[in-house]
Design a protein around this ligand. Structure first.
Ligand code: UT7
Length: 328
């Protein structure tokens, strides 16, 4: 590999969903016991979600990340000891510190390589992949484990029907390796903190107490409106940077928040819906985990093949958004 010809490429994918799957009907029945009214019909019509997975009490983001990472390593044909960088995208870390990435590193039985968390909420995986790609291209790393892992059930307000029906738990991971051919073609990342209040968990820890409300708040319609606009703009920017066009995209794998947003994005990019990978129906919104989870599903079921051009796109709290275009 000569200078200027160092790229990064995904060599393996993996994912993990906690075993407890909760259908809309089951969740609606649970909420009804609290006097909260919702229905399978409303959730399916407005979001496409039919079910989500919830982690058992005591199961943490690093536990889910460990399972997804083991699958990704196996799919890449690598041992954990060969990894020289760990980046974990999460908004539901095991603790305030240390990072979930260092806990994952220890659970993988390795030590020494840099490991850190990246906080960009639902755009976290796209951000993490872009950062790992940059580190590999500059020579700071050669074989990275890039993970999105969330236990969003821990920060849901089960008295707020406008949010608690949307999210789920899970993890996805990829092994990203140095390569003399790309790989990652281009990434496009953005943030605008002016919109920080439309999707947030406003609580914090101070003086030995939780200050403020530690549960998720979202102005859904405001997020919806911004999401459709920025996802199209970011995808186009990544295509431009890579010198590619919409017709080159074999698979669109957006953040899985709402099937209506995903269909809207595909339409704006003039992509037929059979090029859209959607797992929101059975995963719900798993925040930073949703893209690597969907990527792994589409790799394992044979849709995404070596050489395919894939557009990954995220949008979420911050407000953050971004896209990564890659040749798989
Ligand atoms: O992951 C980060 C990115 N997040 C997103 O992309 C989420 C973006 N936003 C959305 O996906 C949608 O805005 C939601 C799915 C959150 C909401 O869908 P909507 O079509 O924008 O509905 P709405 O908020 O305008 O609410 C419509 C009605 C309201 O009743 P009224 O005021 O019209 O009487 C809500 O109270 O639906 C009601 N509603 C519900 N009804 C039954 C809200 N949640 C529920 C519910 N069950 N769970």
């Amino acid at each position: 590999m000569t200078a200027g010809s160092r790229f990064s490429r995904i060599t393996g994918t993996g994912s993990y969903l906690p075993p407890r799957q909760v259908s809309n009907a089951e969740l609606a029945a649970e909420l009804a016991t609290r006097g909260i009214e919702t229905s399978d019909q409303w959730i399916v019509e407005r979001t496409g979600i039919q079910a989500r997975h919830f982690a058992a009490d005591g199961v943490t983001a690093s536990d889910l990340a460990l399972e997804a990472s083991r699958h990704a390593l196996e799919s890449a044909g690598r041992k954990a000891t060969e990894i020289d960088l760990i980046v974990v995208a999460t908004s539901t870390p095991d603790m305030v510190f240390p990072s979930t990435a260092t806990i994952l590193q220890n659970k993988l039985g390795i030590a020494g390589c840099p490991a850190f968390d990246l906080q960009a909420v639902c755009s976290g995986f796209v951000y993490a992949l872009s950062v790992a790609d940059s580190m590999i291209r500059t020579g700071a790393a050669s074989r990275a484990l890039v993970v999105g892992s969330e236990v969003f059930s821990r920060i849901l307000d089960f008295n707020d029907r406008t949010t608690c029906v949307l999210f789920g738990d899970g993890a996805g991971a990829v092994v990203l390796e140095a390569s003399d051919t790309p790989g990652i073609l281009a990434s496009d990342l953005h943030a605008d903190g002016a919109h920080r209040d439309i999707l947030c968990v406003p609580g914090t820890v101070a003086g030995g107490k939780v200050l403020g409300d530690p549960l998720l708040k979202m102005d859904g319609p405001a997020v919806f409106k911004l999401a459709v606009h920025v996802l199209e703009a970011s995808a186009r920017a990544a295509l431009r940077a890579a010198g590619r066009s919409e017709t080159d995209i074999d698979w669109l794998i957006p953040h899985q928040a709402n099937i209506r947003i995903m269909h809207g994005t595909a339409r704006k990019l003039k992509l037929p819906l059979d090029k859209l990978v959607a797992t929101v129906q059975t995963h719900g919104n798993t925040s930073a985990a949703s893209i690597p989870l969907a990527l792994d599903v589409a790799c394992k079921d044979g849709r995404v093949k070596r050489g395919d051009t894939v557009m990954l796109e995220g949008v979420g709290g911050g407000f953050t958004w971004g896209a990564v275009l890659l040749d798989f």
